[in-house]
Design a protein around this ligand. Structure first.
Ligand code: ACO
Length: 324
């Protein structure tokens, strides 16, 4: 039997309208545009206004991806949504978005893999399509991470932003996703975490104690090392050489981490999609935002080989090698 591949047939993304520049941050936290740009490559981030949720951004990104693919919401048989900032505890944000799109009846669930959420969701959706279970799948990465940012903490507040991206995957006899690699190591949980919640209980503190805790330097070191081996593993799994890649579409957290991965692959920065300057680290939103930008700006063309990768809290790390 001929293999079934999952092909991306449409992409979409959404950013909140409100923009917070590095200069804006200088007004209320002890930081500088120069420090932020040199250490991270970030110039600005988009911040959801009060009442604007992860689901709102996911819905917009999904509509745009469906329109680009020419697929009706009613044709979908699965929605997988990567997020670590769901609208509410339940129903899942995937269910909320499904109803707004009018895709009622299909399977829908969230995946929490922190910054790797979208690539995890893509890996799961790929398996559903390859197995013949699903034919048209919506994969979303969406976050309102600024909801858990402590704006008085300069070590973290400069790094994050809100946003969403989505793709439509369809079953095809043409490639398609060649390989996905998903990993996690919960032993690193305390290097990057938000240790309050439902079962352990919320705290009697501002914002219920909800805030991102991060050991930036340690995260940086493990991320670079882990991504190095991840990209090699992914190329092996997909039977491809680095020289056959057209584009690297990395998680947009820090320009220095992105540059280190590109160097490992021997890829010039001209073949790397960088959007971290425009929207900072949007966690699960980051890779699909970068992909949609790359497609709509005409950089990424049909038939090209793309390597997507992400790293985040858990730690989790994940990749996908595909022909667009
Ligand atoms: N503005 C000005 N100064 C700052 C700021 C700030 N916003 N934040 C920290 N500093 C100061 C520190 O206090 C420290 O001062 P000191 O030397 O007087 O003690 C100095 O800058 C250097 O701090 P470091 O933490 O060593 O700076 P580093 O070069 O490691 O950069 C950063 C910090 C940007 C957080 C980096 O470690 C990083 O990007 N790590 C990866 C973290 C990340 O991306 N997390 C996101 C989720 S995981 C992921 O997506 C990969």
């Amino acid at each position: 039997m001929a293999p079934i591949y999952a092909r991306i047939t449409g992409t979409g993304s959404a950013l909140p309208e409100r923009v917070l520049t590095n200069a804006d941050l200088e007004q209320f936290v002890d930081t500088s545009d120069e420090w932020i740009q040199t250490r991270t490559g970030i110039r600005q981030r988009h911040v959801a206004v009060e009442g604007q949720t992860t689901g709102d951004l996911a819905f917009l990104a999904a509509q745009r991806a469906l329109e680009a693919a020419g697929v009706k919401a009613s044709e979908l048989d699965l929605i997988v949504l990567g997020t670590t900032t769901p609208d509410i505890i339940f129903p899942s944000t995937a269910c909320l978005v499904q109803h707004r799109l009018g895709a009622n009846g299909c399977a829908a669930f969230d995946v929490n893999a922190a910054c790797s959420g979208f690539v995890y969701a893509l890996g799961i959706a790929d398996k559903f399509i390859r197995s013949g279970q699903s034919k048209k799948v919506l994969v979303i990465g969406a976050e309102t991470l600024t909801r858990m940012v402590d704006w008085s903490e300069r070590e973290t507040c400069v790094l994050f932003g809100d946003g969403a991206g989505a793709v439509v995957l369809e079953a095809s006899s043409e490639p398609g996703i060649y390989a996905t690699c998903l990993h996690a190591d919960g032993g690193y949980k305390e290097l990057l975490w938000n240790p309050v919640g439902v079962s352990v209980g919320f705290k009697d503190e501002p914002n219920h104690g909800v805030r991102i805790n991060m050991s930036g330097r340690e995260v940086f070191k493990v991320a670079v090392k882990t991504l190095d081996s991840l990209v090699e593993e992914t190329l092996r799994a997909g039977g491809m050489e680095a020289s056959q890649l057209d584009w690297l579409i990395p998680h947009q957290a820090n320009l220095r981490i992105i540059e280190a991965t590109a160097k490992r692959l021997n890829m010039p920065m001209e073949q790397v999609i960088v959007t971290v300057d425009k929207h900072a680290n949007t966690s699960s939103g980051s890779v699909p935002l970068a992909l949609d930008y790359a497609v709509r700006s005409g950089k990424v063309q049909r038939g090209q080989n793309l390597l997507l990768e992400a790293f985040g809290g858990g730690f989790t790390w994940a990749s996908a090698l595909l022909r667009f």
